[in-house]
Design a protein around this ligand. Structure first.
Ligand SMILES: Cc1ncc(COP(=O)(O)O)c(C=O)c1O
Length: 310
């Protein structure tokens, strides 16, 4: 049953659905001070005609959250199926008739500033939703810089685990981009290869093939990245290379685009002031973007298996 629209949204906090204003945590919560959390970002697309919210790859996101939590020694007291069911219930309660972003966060919830042993700290779980439209300019594309901030190395913090503390790296590089008047930053690794955008994976089109940094390049293994690789191979019959990508390859690429739940498929038209290709959205990017948007909006029957209807 669809609930009546509430004046404030519901939040799932440590086992209970509570109104947003009551979803509060103490000031000395461990995660607030030490970045001890990991999270997911999931999108739901509202289909006006069907009056249905389609959540994209819900199960895959929760599988990643389980992997991230295990890496960071955090325990989620729910299985992947239970997390999916809780999220569906939350979306039904919030009853949004627009595109939404779903944010599950697992965090160290103890009130302490002196403990650092992850195994001795207890875990909390919060899930909330927010209306979310476009995050970057997907239609015209964006300009980016290669940041002077490096991507955090997996020998420091596992970047594939989406740890909250790591997002200071995102904030610093993204701030640098906006100080330089562009929309986003690309982060290099210490050896001058390219890892990814501040919160997106990156793809290059080189000689008609897709090239993207491989999983050992300190990237987050994006759900959108995996989706695009699958679509490129199976529908567009493109070759996709996952490998080390050097910074100088960015300017030789005929097209570049970023992928992410937030960023969707965002064309990159300039890097460090230099035009990519003709300086507008390239043909391969356009095709993949169209496929992606059709799928997430429930307009491609073959890929409805990736959607959870609410
Ligand atoms: C650092 C980083 N890389 C890549 C991505 C893209 O991942 P996904 O496609 O799973 O959203 C994100 C997503 O938020 C991210 O934060």
């Amino acid at each position: 049953m669809i609930a009546q629209k509430n004046s404030e949204p519901w939040v799932f906090l440590n086992g209970r659905f509570v109104p947003y204003s009551q979803a509060v945590i103490p000031v000395d919560t461990h995660a607030l001070h030490y970045g001890t959390g990991c999270f997911e970002g999931i999108r739901g697309y509202f289909n006006e005609e069907e009056k249905t919210l389609f959540v994209f790859r819900l199960k895959d996101h929760y599988q990643r959250l389980h992997r991230s939590s295990a890496t960071l020694m955090m325990k989620i007291p729910y299985t992947v199926s239970e997390l999916c069911a809780i999220t569906i219930k939350l979306l039904e309660k919030n009853n949004d008739h627009e595109d939404v972003y779903i944010r599950p966060l697992v965090y160290k919830k103890d009130s302490t500033v002196t403990k650092f042993n992850l195994e001795q700290l207890s875990d909390g779980l919060v899930i909330f939703t927010k209306p979310l439209g476009r995050y970057l300019n997907v239609s015209q594309g964006i300009s980016v810089i290669v940041s002077s901030w490096h991507r955090v190395d997996s020998r420091m913090i596992p970047p594939f685990a989406k740890p909250t503390g790591l997002y200071l790296n995102t904030c610093l590089s993204n701030t640098q981009a906006s100080q330089k008047g562009v929309a986003e930053a690309i982060l290099p690794n210490a050896d001058g290869s390219i890892a990814e955008g501040s919160a997106e994976n990156i793809f290059l089109v080189i000689k008609g093939q897709l090239v993207t940094p491989s999983k050992d390049q300190n990237i987050l293994e994006g759900v959108t990245r995996a989706t695009i690789i699958k679509l490129a191979r199976s529908l567009l019959r493109l070759k996709v290379q996952e490998r080390k990508v050097m910074k100088n390859e960015l300017v030789t690429a005929s097209e570049i685009f970023l992928t992410g739940t937030g960023a969707e498929v965002t064309p990159v038209i300039k890097v460090d002031g230099k035009k990519i290709g003709e300086g507008n959205v390239g043909p391969i990017t356009s095709k993949l973007q169209k496929l992606y948007f059709d799928i997430v909006h429930g307009e491609n029957p073959r890929y409805k298996k990736w959607l959870t209807a609410v």
